[in-house]
Design a protein around this ligand. Structure first.
Ligand SMILES: [Zn+2]
Ligand SMILES: [Zn+2]
Length: 247
């Protein structure tokens, strides 16, 4: 018997959470725009040569894809809903493995608010260190990283849509954006594969090379924790292999 889906219910966002989302979006947005203005105004002086320019953009994309995978992996593998300040996110991730299409209920602004803080934590220091050195390539890479990470859960939604506009299909065919074929492999197995949500470049490289398994081995050895224990508990509660109407 499948359990009631009420197990995934979470309290409405509190005023404090909404303020946290807005603050993340505003602060990250201000830093992002300020860095872009600096790059445009100082372009003649700080513009990297074109191979570095291409490399900076590719590095920003790859880093965002990798961090999207690391975040997804961390929630799938280690956390549980008893950790108070992570409960909402853990429940959403567990719900997604049982009812994948419920992600469309979550608004972009709530996703982007939290992700803005994470993007800022990485891109902010890189930008502030790079600007005094006129390191235009680093600022460019950080800007690309930041905006893609903020949009990470929107890319995930794209990876769950069967029908797409033509321009998105072209990007997916070019492997510049995550495809349903790539992401469905995450859902079809033990949830230990294809974690990355932007375009899967890091899945095809570090992921295939055993990066996530190596991290799990090191963490399990250091802490004694068992990877995916909580995910497997939730799946057992929901009779994972039963035919289940999507709700
Ligand atoms: Zn998914
Ligand atoms: Zn997952």
């Amino acid at each position: 018997m499948s359990e009631s889906s009420d197990a995934f219910a979470t309290a409405p966002h509190s005023r404090g959470e909404i303020r946290f989302h807005i603050a993340g979006g505003v602060i990250n947005g201000v830093v992002w725009i300020a860095a872009l203005v600096w790059l445009v105004v100082r372009w003649q002086t700080v513009a990297p040569r074109w191979p570095w320019l291409v490399l900076a953009i590719l590095a920003g994309i790859y880093a965002a894809d990798l961090v999207s995978g690391l975040l997804h992996w961390a929630f799938d593998t280690w956390f549980d809903e008893d950790i108070a300040f992570l409960r909402r996110m853990v429940v959403q991730v567990r719900e997604h493995h049982v009812y994948p299409n419920r992600i469309f209920r979550y608004h972009f602004l709530h996703d982007a608010g939290t992700l803005s803080w994470l993007a800022l934590a990485v891109a902010g220091p890189a930008i502030f260190i790079a600007i005094p050195f006129d390191a235009g390539a680093v600022v460019l890479g950080a800007l690309v990283f930041d905006i893609l990470l903020v949009g990470m859960l929107s890319f995930h939604k794209i990876g769950h849509r069967a029908r797409q506009p033509r321009w998105i299909r072209v990007l997916q065919k070019s492997r510049l954006m995550i495809s349903a074929a790539h992401h469905s492999q995450h859902h079809g197995g033990n949830h230990d594969f294809n974690y990355c949500l932007i375009n899967g470049w890091a899945d095809h490289t570090l992921g295939r090379a055993g990066f996530f398994r190596a991290l799990e081995w090191a963490i399990a050895r250091a802490t004694g924790a068992q990877p995916r224990r909580n995910d497997h508990e939730w799946l057992a509660r929901f009779d994972y292999l039963a035919v289940r109407p999507e709700a």
